[in-house]
Ligand binder design. Structure first.
Ligand code: SF4
Ligand code: SF4
Ligand code: SF4
Length: 249
């Protein structure tokens, strides 16, 4: 069994806005591409062009239609990857020490050379955030693009996780959630961000910003309604002349 650090110097993680995510899957593709084509070990695919394709992904998006007791149904797109939990059962359950949590930034990683592919960590993760790479026989998971965020070969603007860099809706944010003055912490406080399944006791670092009720958006549309009303019953000036001219045709 593997020990977790008592505390970490930072708590790097993602903040995902369920209100603005449009379910485009760009983060999924960008994650798969970066981790397969660049510095990371490849994420294998099986039967990619056959009748039963499968593959290893570190980030997936699920979409749900939610019908509240009152009001309209809402379509919620839910991106899911490792949440870099503070009390990560996937680490403590690992028999070889392959799974570990870093003291310097709190990122949970797998040392693939020590992984025996037993799958215990995947069973212990309540979020289904780990995937066994069928070709390599080792466990894979989100690394928060640890090979990007400190990579001085990249321009500074690219030193964030690939999914965050790619999201066209600006629904993904990255930063230190252990620092109450960081942009991500302020965003979580402002939008009342939540933990995923807090009852599991894993203390996830990643946070989700809840979707706003659709009815609030309708109110905003009502506010705009007076601006959309016709400006005059009778056209005047050039429009009045044009109207009369067209009537004569
Ligand atoms: S989300 Fe799952 S894999 Fe990631 S740290 Fe938490 S328990 Fe481990
Ligand atoms: S699959 Fe690998 S990382 Fe997961 S518990 Fe087993 S040895 Fe540890
Ligand atoms: S790229 Fe952004 S908008 Fe698209 S699915 Fe991912 S989080 Fe949602």
């Amino acid at each position: 069994m593997t020990q977790l650090p008592q505390s970490t110097e930072r708590k790097m993680g993602l903040v995902i806005d369920l209100d603005t995510c449009v379910g485009c899957h760009a983060c999924v593709i960008s994650c798969k591409g970066w981790n397969t084509e660049n510095y990371g070990a490849p994420l294998s695919d099986q039967d990619a062009y056959g009748s039963n394709p499968s593959g290893t992904f570190l980030n997936r998006v699920h979409s749900y239609e939610v019908t509240p007791d009152e009001g309209h149904a809402q379509l919620i797109h839910f991106p899911k990857s490792c949440l870099h939990c503070e009390d990560a059962p996937c680490v403590t359950v690992c028999p070889t020490g392959a799974s570990y949590k870093r003291v310097e930034d709190g990122i949970v990683l797998v040392n693939e050379s020590d992984c025996i592919g037993c799958g215990l960590c995947a069973w212990s993760c309540p979020y289904g955030a780990r995937e066994l790479d069928q070709a390599e026989g080792v466990m894979k998971k989100c690394t928060l693009c640890v090979d990007r965020i400190y990579n001085e070969n990249l321009p500074e603007v690219d030193r964030i996780p690939s999914c965050v860099r790619t999201c066209p809706a600006g629904a993904r944010h990255f930063g230190d959630l252990g620092d109450p003055n960081s942009d991500v912490s302020k965003l979580v406080a402002e939008r009342e961000g939540v933990d995923l399944m807090p009852e599991m006791g894993t203390k996830p670092v990643n946070k989700y910003l809840p979707p706003r009720p659709k009815d609030q958006i309708e109110d905003q549309i009502d506010i705009l309604a007076p601006l959309l009303a016709p400006v005059a019953e009778e056209p005047k000036g050039f429009l009045g002349w044009l109207d009369k001219t067209l009537e004569k045709l």
